[in-house]
Design a binder for this molecule. Structure first.
Ligand SMILES: *Cc1c(COP(=O)(O)O)cnc(C)c1O
Length: 378
């Protein structure tokens, strides 16, 4: 059996171990230290300096603290893109709040502005104005930023921007992660860069950043003894993980380049297969990091061949691929919550597939993928 070609695996740049070694040498092994500060300032520089960044233990932790800072409490309603990873929605339930799921539009696969506004009007009519909107840049593709934020402003609802998959993506030249009232990044093992596990909250004031750090370090009041007036969390990033992050920031642009090249490879590969549609930026306003390259297959046009059959076929060649995120409103754990929209997200889930997209794939890997795809469609 040939080596496994992974969907998206960690890709070290070279200097990560040096930063980690410095942390050991100076005994900065706790969740504070020079790497945490350095990583935060690297991210701040990358995102354009107008923001403040708090490094946390995961993207999920950042989403949870984001909701708390936006004032989401038990019984509140939070609008959330249905087509996403469960971590976008779970923190709503951590707060005891009610998720209201929204369908996607076909261009970016993200929040449908029409369904979003319909939901807001309807929830207000039913007596409750939603407390927040969770918008996701799926697979690195920016959502319709102008339309979504236009609606959010019209109704005065803050946006929690889930940019976990979109570090290195841009909308009209502005970095994803900086559009929301609060933004969220993830450095999980399979993301565009990794700290082995980690995340960040992107704020627009020092005050919000300080609040995030306060909550992430057990909400300790200023006193010599341990004094608490609020419920705290243990969500801060460790100085060891942040060291990996500093090394990864040195290669972020390069890795985005490799991922975008994988997307170009698939564009070439599928150009002779009209049944296959590659997930691509709708126009020049959008620059995706193409964290994952994804396709949909029109089975009618492909002699009945489906995305799931392609997944199983690639698996025989030890090539990993994965169905698209199953929409939250179709998940057993969330099916009792309200949903607004049609079947766009469901159709994408039923006909879509994510393909190997790592920044560390080789020409030999690409040849193996191309060969397997050609054989499948033959
Ligand atoms: C990965 C991911 C998260 C969660 O990030 P973690 O760091 O794994 O907790 C949240 N939302 C989306 C869309 C993600 O892909």
């Amino acid at each position: 059996m040939q080596d496994k070609i992974w969907l998206s695996s960690p890709h070290m740049g070279g200097n990560e171990q040096q930063f980690v070694k410095e942390a050991f040498d100076a005994n900065w092994v706790a969740p504070l230290g020079p790497n945490v500060n350095g990583f935060e300032s690297d991210l701040k520089n990358y995102l354009g300096n107008a923001v403040e960044v708090a490094a946390l233990s995961s993207g999920t932790a950042a989403l949870h603290l984001g909701l708390i800072i936006l004032g989401v409490q038990a019984g509140d309603e939070v609008l959330c893109q249905s087509m996403t990873f469960s971590a976008s929605a779970n923190p709503i339930r951590y707060q005891g709040a009610i998720p209201v799921f929204i369908d996607s539009e076909k261009e970016t696969w993200n929040l449908c502005p029409l369904a979003l506004e319909k939901a807001i009007k309807d929830r207000i009519e039913k007596g409750k104005k939603p407390k927040a909107i969770i918008a996701v840049h799926l697979y690195g593709m920016p959502y319709q930023v102008d339309a979504v934020h236009g609606i959010a402003e019209k109704y005065g609802i803050p946006v929690l921007e889930d940019s976990a998959e979109a570090l290195g993506s841009f909308y009209k030249g502005i970095p994803c992660g900086t559009f929301g009232t609060i933004g969220v990044l993830s450095f999980n093992g399979n993301k565009i860069i990794t700290t082995s596990g980690g995340g960040a909250l992107v704020a627009h004031s020092q005050e919000t950043k300080d609040k995030a750090i306060f909550l992430s370090t057990q909400a300790r009041d200023a006193a010599p003894h341990y004094q608490h007036s609020e419920i705290g969390y243990n969500y801060r990033m460790s100085n060891i993980c942040a060291g990996i992050g500093r090394g990864q920031m040195q290669v972020l642009d390069k890795h985005v380049g490799y991922r975008r090249a994988m997307h170009d490879f698939y564009k070439q590969l599928f150009q002779d297969y009209p049944a296959v549609r590659l997930f691509t930026e709708p126009n020049d306003a959008y620059t995706s990091n193409h964290w994952l390259s994804a396709i949909t297959i029109d089975a009618d046009q492909a002699n009945g061949k489906t995305a799931e059959q392609l997944r199983l076929y690639l698996d025989q060649f030890n090539i990993e691929s994965r169905p698209l995120w199953k929409p939250m409103h179709l998940q057993p754990v969330f099916e009792s919550f309200p949903y607004y929209g049609g079947t766009v997200a469901q159709d994408l889930f039923e006909n879509g597939l994510c393909l190997p997209s790592g920044s560390n794939l080789t020409d030999a890997d690409r040849n193996r993928i191309a060969e397997a795809v050609h054989q499948f469609f033959k």
